[in-house]
Design a protein around this ligand. Sequence first.
Ligand SMILES: *Cc1c(COP(=O)(O)O)cnc(C)c1O
Length: 363
Amino acid sequence: MQPKPYIEQWIRADIRNLTAYHVPNATGLIKLDAMENPHTWPDTMRQEWATLIQQVHVNRYPDPSATRLKSTLRTQMGIPSTADILLGNGSDELIQILALAVGSNTSVILAVEPSFVMYRMLADWARVRYIGIPLNPIDFSLDLATVLAAIAEYKPAVIFLAYPNNPTGNLFDADAIREIIRTTAGLVVIDEAYAPFTDATFLNEVLQYANVLVLRTLSKMGLAGLRLGYLVGHADWIIELDKVRMPYNINVLTQETAVFALQHKNLLDNQTHNICAERERLQHSLATLPGVLAYPSQANFILLRVAYATKIMQQLKDAGILIKCLHGSHPLLDNCLRITVGTAAENAILLTALTDIIHRLQL
Ligand SMILES: *Cc1c(COP(=O)(O)O)cnc(C)c1O
């Protein structure tokens, strides 16, 4: 007995044609592929945390509205007191909630490209039409005229803008974003996953518009394993979106740990400041390598364009370092690599290996 005929009958054809999101095995490698914070917690803090976790009642459902976590987020992340918050199991889940809530056979989700791949994936799963508008090929800035023309043509329900953008690392022009907000009849979601690495934010403006939400995550600031994202905006938006949220989507361990970690936000801030300083050092060193174009970054990673991206990625892997090869993922990313900023020691190992590989490839 084979399930195949059943699958062909019942699994949607568009789902059958998808390839699952691939996460490479990083065992034993220096992991510079996924924008994680490489720093850990001091032992005293881990002990304190372990004591706290011992008291958690895993036999009970979590607080469905995560009240204490939300109020901690509000004070520690500077969320305007009049804005409402929706929590997600990672910001990925919040993108999915948005796609589900607007999903219909006429709605469109629009994003610029290259950007975060989950916008398209989650639109596809929810069967919402997805439109990707290319960025300027030279510097990955917003092509405002083309975006405005696409807004007029497709009348998107939601526009996703990552600020700073992944995988390019740059911030889009804030006034261009404001013009998009004023022009579209739809919702604009500003995805600030990399907020810990830049001063730029729309958080203070979110309530000035009727059609803006700011999406954030704790992942890139050092808590990727917890899976906690948050969406900030007018209560009226949050009330509607909350209706398609799983009742207990934020588990007890995440709620307790996130509150604890946010009470130690100084430590996380020190770590992200260190990452920013390392980013600048790495940026300068990479720029001296022959045949390497290192794009400026306001995030915790650097996009590179090289001569032989696939080869370099593979040879770095052979040398024990995992980075992300973006070659083939989008026409504007030909021969591009994305390197997450690691610890000073990891970055030094990376630079030595990369310098060596590039010299050998040039011979
Ligand atoms: C990493 C990333 C996210 C996803 O974050 P999670 O909260 O870990 O799901 C969202 N948006 C962008 C632009 C990202 O790079």
